[in-house]
Ligand binder design. Structure first.
Ligand SMILES: C[S@@+](CC[C@H](N)C(=O)[O-])C[C@H]1O[C@@H](n2cnc3c(N)ncnc32)[C@H](O)[C@@H]1O
Length: 297
Protein backbone atom coordinates (compact mmCIF):
# COMPACT_ATOMS: atom_id res chain seq x y z
CA UNK A 1 0.00 0.00 0.00
CA UNK A 2 1.24 3.47 -0.80
CA UNK A 3 1.28 5.40 2.49
CA UNK A 4 0.80 8.83 0.93
CA UNK A 5 -2.84 8.27 0.09
CA UNK A 6 -4.52 7.57 3.40
CA UNK A 7 -7.35 9.92 4.40
CA UNK A 8 -7.28 12.92 6.74
CA UNK A 9 -6.55 12.59 10.49
CA UNK A 10 -9.39 13.05 12.98
CA UNK A 11 -9.27 16.32 14.94
CA UNK A 12 -7.94 15.43 18.43
CA UNK A 13 -4.98 13.41 17.15
CA UNK A 14 -1.53 14.80 16.38
CA UNK A 15 -0.50 14.27 12.73
CA UNK A 16 1.71 11.32 13.69
CA UNK A 17 -1.09 9.73 15.75
CA UNK A 18 -3.52 10.27 12.89
CA UNK A 19 -1.21 8.56 10.40
CA UNK A 20 -0.58 5.74 12.84
CA UNK A 21 -4.35 5.23 13.31
CA UNK A 22 -4.88 5.09 9.54
CA UNK A 23 -2.14 2.50 9.09
CA UNK A 24 -3.67 0.58 12.03
CA UNK A 25 -7.01 0.45 10.20
CA UNK A 26 -5.30 -0.89 7.06
CA UNK A 27 -3.20 -3.52 8.86
CA UNK A 28 -6.16 -4.69 10.97
CA UNK A 29 -8.31 -5.07 7.84
CA UNK A 30 -5.52 -6.90 6.03
CA UNK A 31 -5.14 -9.25 8.96
CA UNK A 32 -8.83 -10.17 8.80
CA UNK A 33 -8.95 -11.11 5.12
CA UNK A 34 -6.73 -12.76 2.55
CA UNK A 35 -8.21 -10.72 -0.31
CA UNK A 36 -5.34 -8.16 -0.43
CA UNK A 37 -2.65 -10.87 -0.39
CA UNK A 38 -4.53 -12.66 -3.17
CA UNK A 39 -4.51 -9.56 -5.36
CA UNK A 40 -0.78 -8.95 -4.75
CA UNK A 41 -0.21 -12.59 -5.72
CA UNK A 42 -2.15 -12.13 -8.96
CA UNK A 43 -0.28 -8.91 -9.81
CA UNK A 44 3.17 -10.41 -9.11
CA UNK A 45 2.57 -13.93 -10.40
CA UNK A 46 5.52 -16.24 -9.73
CA UNK A 47 7.46 -13.35 -8.21
CA UNK A 48 5.11 -13.20 -5.19
CA UNK A 49 6.77 -14.51 -1.99
CA UNK A 50 3.66 -15.95 -0.32
CA UNK A 51 5.18 -16.42 3.10
CA UNK A 52 6.42 -12.82 3.34
CA UNK A 53 3.02 -11.37 2.41
CA UNK A 54 4.33 -7.80 2.31
CA UNK A 55 2.16 -4.71 1.82
CA UNK A 56 4.53 -3.36 -0.77
CA UNK A 57 6.45 -4.00 -3.96
CA UNK A 58 8.43 -6.77 -2.23
CA UNK A 59 8.86 -9.68 -4.63
CA UNK A 60 11.46 -12.44 -4.97
CA UNK A 61 13.88 -10.25 -6.97
CA UNK A 62 13.73 -7.59 -4.25
CA UNK A 63 14.41 -10.16 -1.50
CA UNK A 64 17.43 -11.31 -3.51
CA UNK A 65 18.66 -7.76 -3.95
CA UNK A 66 18.23 -6.89 -0.25
CA UNK A 67 20.18 -10.01 0.66
CA UNK A 68 23.01 -9.23 -1.75
CA UNK A 69 23.30 -5.53 -0.93
CA UNK A 70 23.17 -5.87 2.89
CA UNK A 71 26.19 -8.24 3.04
CA UNK A 72 25.37 -9.23 6.63
CA UNK A 73 27.08 -11.90 8.70
CA UNK A 74 25.36 -14.26 11.15
CA UNK A 75 24.64 -12.69 14.52
CA UNK A 76 24.73 -9.10 13.25
CA UNK A 77 21.81 -6.74 13.81
CA UNK A 78 19.35 -5.91 11.03
CA UNK A 79 16.80 -3.12 11.46
CA UNK A 80 13.59 -3.20 9.40
CA UNK A 81 12.36 0.40 9.28
CA UNK A 82 8.62 0.78 8.57
CA UNK A 83 8.30 -2.99 8.86
CA UNK A 84 4.50 -3.31 8.54
CA UNK A 85 3.49 -6.85 9.53
CA UNK A 86 7.15 -7.85 9.60
CA UNK A 87 7.46 -10.42 6.80
CA UNK A 88 10.51 -8.91 5.13
CA UNK A 89 12.60 -8.52 8.28
CA UNK A 90 11.62 -11.98 9.54
CA UNK A 91 12.41 -13.64 6.20
CA UNK A 92 15.85 -11.94 6.15
CA UNK A 93 16.50 -12.75 9.83
CA UNK A 94 15.90 -16.44 9.13
CA UNK A 95 17.78 -16.52 5.80
CA UNK A 96 20.84 -14.65 7.09
CA UNK A 97 20.82 -15.85 10.73
CA UNK A 98 20.88 -12.27 11.96
CA UNK A 99 19.16 -10.57 14.87
CA UNK A 100 16.26 -8.30 14.02
CA UNK A 101 14.92 -5.09 15.50
CA UNK A 102 12.01 -3.69 13.54
CA UNK A 103 9.69 -0.75 14.01
CA UNK A 104 6.59 0.73 12.49
CA UNK A 105 4.21 3.61 13.19
CA UNK A 106 1.32 1.14 13.54
CA UNK A 107 0.95 -0.75 16.86
CA UNK A 108 -1.37 -3.23 15.12
CA UNK A 109 1.28 -4.02 12.50
CA UNK A 110 3.98 -4.55 15.14
CA UNK A 111 1.64 -6.83 17.14
CA UNK A 112 0.94 -8.87 13.98
CA UNK A 113 4.67 -9.06 13.29
CA UNK A 114 5.41 -10.22 16.84
CA UNK A 115 2.86 -13.00 16.43
CA UNK A 116 4.66 -14.18 13.26
CA UNK A 117 8.08 -14.59 14.89
CA UNK A 118 7.61 -18.24 15.88
CA UNK A 119 6.61 -19.20 12.34
CA UNK A 120 9.83 -17.81 10.87
CA UNK A 121 12.29 -18.33 13.70
CA UNK A 122 10.87 -21.23 15.74
CA UNK A 123 12.79 -21.57 19.03
CA UNK A 124 14.86 -18.49 18.11
CA UNK A 125 11.80 -16.23 18.03
CA UNK A 126 13.32 -13.89 20.61
CA UNK A 127 16.05 -13.01 18.09
CA UNK A 128 13.46 -10.60 16.65
CA UNK A 129 11.98 -7.58 18.43
CA UNK A 130 9.18 -5.40 17.06
CA UNK A 131 8.38 -2.00 18.47
CA UNK A 132 6.36 1.08 17.65
CA UNK A 133 8.62 3.80 16.27
CA UNK A 134 8.94 6.55 13.71
CA UNK A 135 11.41 6.85 10.88
CA UNK A 136 12.38 10.33 12.04
CA UNK A 137 12.69 9.25 15.73
CA UNK A 138 13.54 5.58 15.98
CA UNK A 139 14.58 5.67 19.64
CA UNK A 140 17.41 3.23 18.77
CA UNK A 141 21.01 3.82 19.95
CA UNK A 142 23.74 5.36 17.79
CA UNK A 143 25.55 2.91 15.52
CA UNK A 144 23.56 -0.15 16.65
CA UNK A 145 22.60 -1.55 13.20
CA UNK A 146 24.88 -3.48 10.82
CA UNK A 147 22.17 -3.24 8.17
CA UNK A 148 18.85 -1.49 7.68
CA UNK A 149 16.09 -2.22 5.18
CA UNK A 150 13.31 0.26 4.48
CA UNK A 151 10.82 -1.03 1.91
CA UNK A 152 8.16 1.35 0.58
CA UNK A 153 8.02 3.22 3.88
CA UNK A 154 10.24 6.28 3.43
CA UNK A 155 7.40 8.08 1.60
CA UNK A 156 5.48 7.97 4.90
CA UNK A 157 8.05 10.20 6.62
CA UNK A 158 6.97 13.80 7.06
CA UNK A 159 10.58 14.85 6.44
CA UNK A 160 12.48 12.32 4.29
CA UNK A 161 15.84 14.02 4.79
CA UNK A 162 15.40 13.82 8.57
CA UNK A 163 14.41 10.16 8.28
CA UNK A 164 17.54 9.30 6.25
CA UNK A 165 19.70 11.20 8.78
CA UNK A 166 18.08 9.26 11.64
CA UNK A 167 18.65 5.92 9.88
CA UNK A 168 22.24 7.03 9.19
CA UNK A 169 22.68 7.80 12.91
CA UNK A 170 21.76 4.24 13.97
CA UNK A 171 23.96 2.61 11.31
CA UNK A 172 27.31 1.18 12.49
CA UNK A 173 30.52 2.12 10.61
CA UNK A 174 30.62 0.02 7.43
CA UNK A 175 26.89 -0.78 7.72
CA UNK A 176 24.40 -0.37 4.89
CA UNK A 177 20.91 1.08 4.51
CA UNK A 178 18.98 -0.47 1.61
CA UNK A 179 15.92 1.60 0.76
CA UNK A 180 13.32 1.51 -2.01
CA UNK A 181 12.35 4.76 -3.72
CA UNK A 182 9.89 5.59 -6.48
CA UNK A 183 9.73 8.79 -8.47
CA UNK A 184 8.47 10.37 -11.65
CA UNK A 185 10.54 9.47 -14.71
CA UNK A 186 12.83 12.41 -15.47
CA UNK A 187 12.65 13.79 -11.90
CA UNK A 188 15.95 14.98 -10.44
CA UNK A 189 16.31 13.20 -7.11
CA UNK A 190 18.53 14.67 -4.40
CA UNK A 191 19.84 11.26 -3.34
CA UNK A 192 23.52 12.22 -3.16
CA UNK A 193 22.70 15.31 -1.10
CA UNK A 194 20.45 13.33 1.26
CA UNK A 195 23.13 10.66 1.64
CA UNK A 196 25.87 13.26 2.26
CA UNK A 197 23.75 15.05 4.86
CA UNK A 198 23.34 11.72 6.68
CA UNK A 199 27.10 10.98 6.53
CA UNK A 200 26.47 8.10 4.09
CA UNK A 201 27.72 7.35 0.60
CA UNK A 202 25.64 6.02 -2.27
CA UNK A 203 27.16 2.58 -2.91
CA UNK A 204 24.64 1.16 -5.41
CA UNK A 205 21.64 2.34 -7.36
CA UNK A 206 19.63 -0.62 -8.70
CA UNK A 207 16.80 0.01 -11.16
CA UNK A 208 13.60 -2.02 -10.80
CA UNK A 209 12.23 -1.66 -14.35
CA UNK A 210 9.36 -4.14 -13.90
CA UNK A 211 7.93 -2.59 -10.76
CA UNK A 212 5.76 0.19 -12.27
CA UNK A 213 3.94 -2.37 -14.44
CA UNK A 214 3.30 -4.50 -11.33
CA UNK A 215 1.69 -1.50 -9.59
CA UNK A 216 -0.41 -0.89 -12.70
CA UNK A 217 -1.68 -4.50 -12.62
CA UNK A 218 -2.28 -4.31 -8.86
CA UNK A 219 -4.26 -1.04 -9.03
CA UNK A 220 -6.37 -2.41 -11.88
CA UNK A 221 -7.10 -5.48 -9.74
CA UNK A 222 -8.08 -3.36 -6.73
CA UNK A 223 -10.52 -1.39 -8.89
CA UNK A 224 -11.93 -4.55 -10.50
CA UNK A 225 -12.45 -6.09 -7.01
CA UNK A 226 -13.82 -2.93 -5.37
CA UNK A 227 -16.98 -4.60 -4.05
CA UNK A 228 -15.07 -7.54 -2.61
CA UNK A 229 -12.59 -5.17 -0.93
CA UNK A 230 -15.46 -3.16 0.63
CA UNK A 231 -17.18 -6.34 1.78
CA UNK A 232 -14.11 -8.04 3.26
CA UNK A 233 -12.06 -5.11 4.57
CA UNK A 234 -14.80 -2.65 5.47
CA UNK A 235 -15.64 0.68 3.88
CA UNK A 236 -12.86 2.87 5.24
CA UNK A 237 -9.76 0.79 4.37
CA UNK A 238 -11.29 -0.24 1.05
CA UNK A 239 -12.02 3.37 0.08
CA UNK A 240 -8.45 4.39 1.01
CA UNK A 241 -7.07 1.68 -1.26
CA UNK A 242 -9.43 2.61 -4.08
CA UNK A 243 -8.53 6.32 -3.79
CA UNK A 244 -4.88 5.33 -4.02
CA UNK A 245 -5.55 3.12 -7.06
CA UNK A 246 -7.49 5.82 -8.94
CA UNK A 247 -4.90 8.49 -8.13
CA UNK A 248 -1.80 6.41 -8.91
CA UNK A 249 -2.94 4.28 -11.85
CA UNK A 250 -2.62 7.03 -14.48
CA UNK A 251 0.89 7.83 -13.19
CA UNK A 252 2.14 4.25 -12.76
CA UNK A 253 3.54 3.88 -16.27
CA UNK A 254 5.60 7.06 -15.95
CA UNK A 255 7.23 5.98 -12.68
CA UNK A 256 10.77 4.83 -11.98
CA UNK A 257 11.47 2.44 -9.11
CA UNK A 258 14.93 2.04 -7.64
CA UNK A 259 16.74 0.51 -4.69
CA UNK A 260 19.44 2.64 -3.10
CA UNK A 261 22.24 1.19 -1.00
CA UNK A 262 23.73 3.84 1.29
CA UNK A 263 26.81 2.98 3.30
CA UNK A 264 28.27 4.49 6.46
CA UNK A 265 32.03 4.68 5.85
CA UNK A 266 34.30 2.60 8.03
CA UNK A 267 36.01 4.86 10.56
CA UNK A 268 39.72 5.45 9.92
CA UNK A 269 40.74 3.21 12.83
CA UNK A 270 38.49 0.30 11.91
CA UNK A 271 39.57 0.50 8.24
CA UNK A 272 43.21 0.45 9.34
CA UNK A 273 42.62 -2.53 11.65
CA UNK A 274 40.88 -4.41 8.85
CA UNK A 275 43.81 -3.68 6.52
CA UNK A 276 46.30 -4.80 9.20
CA UNK A 277 44.41 -8.06 9.64
CA UNK A 278 44.47 -8.66 5.88
CA UNK A 279 48.24 -8.22 5.70
CA UNK A 280 49.28 -9.82 9.02
CA UNK A 281 51.70 -12.74 8.55
CA UNK A 282 50.36 -16.28 9.17
CA UNK A 283 46.83 -15.01 8.80
CA UNK A 284 44.45 -16.31 6.16
CA UNK A 285 41.55 -13.97 5.21
CA UNK A 286 39.06 -16.65 6.30
CA UNK A 287 40.48 -16.39 9.83
CA UNK A 288 39.21 -12.83 10.10
CA UNK A 289 36.36 -12.17 12.50
CA UNK A 290 33.01 -11.62 10.82
CA UNK A 291 32.70 -8.05 12.05
CA UNK A 292 35.07 -5.14 12.51
CA UNK A 293 36.02 -4.45 16.12
CA UNK A 294 34.01 -1.27 16.11
CA UNK A 295 30.71 -2.73 15.04
CA UNK A 296 28.45 -3.62 17.95
CA UNK A 297 27.08 -7.12 18.51
C1 LIG B 1 3.64 0.32 2.28
S1 LIG B 1 3.79 -0.27 3.92
C2 LIG B 1 5.24 -1.30 3.81
C3 LIG B 1 5.40 -2.18 5.00
C4 LIG B 1 6.60 -3.15 4.90
N1 LIG B 1 7.86 -2.46 4.73
C5 LIG B 1 6.38 -4.10 3.73
O1 LIG B 1 7.09 -3.93 2.73
O2 LIG B 1 5.49 -4.94 3.84
C6 LIG B 1 4.42 1.18 4.71
C7 LIG B 1 4.59 1.02 6.22
O3 LIG B 1 5.33 2.14 6.70
C8 LIG B 1 4.79 2.53 7.94
N2 LIG B 1 5.12 3.95 8.10
C9 LIG B 1 4.66 4.98 7.37
N3 LIG B 1 5.20 6.13 7.79
C10 LIG B 1 6.02 5.81 8.81
C11 LIG B 1 6.86 6.58 9.67
N4 LIG B 1 6.97 7.89 9.54
N5 LIG B 1 7.55 5.93 10.62
C12 LIG B 1 7.45 4.56 10.76
N6 LIG B 1 6.66 3.79 9.98
C13 LIG B 1 5.96 4.42 9.02
C14 LIG B 1 3.31 2.24 7.84
O4 LIG B 1 2.70 2.05 9.08
C15 LIG B 1 3.30 0.98 6.99
O5 LIG B 1 3.25 -0.19 7.79
Amino acid sequence: MNPTTTGPATAPLTPAQGRSAQYDVFHAARGRSSVVAGLYAQAMGENYPVEVAASSSCDWPLLGLLTARLRLNPGQLLVDAGCGAGGIGLWLARALAVRLTAFDLSPIATAQATARRAHFLGPNADRAVFRVGELERTGLPDGCAHGIVCVDALGGATDRGAAVRELGRILAPGGRLVVTRALRRGAEPAWHEQADAAGLSLEHLDERPDEPAMWERLYELWIAHADQLRRELGASPAENMLREAHRMLPKARGRRAVVLTLRRPLSATSAQRAADRMTAPDRHPSDMPATSEETPQ
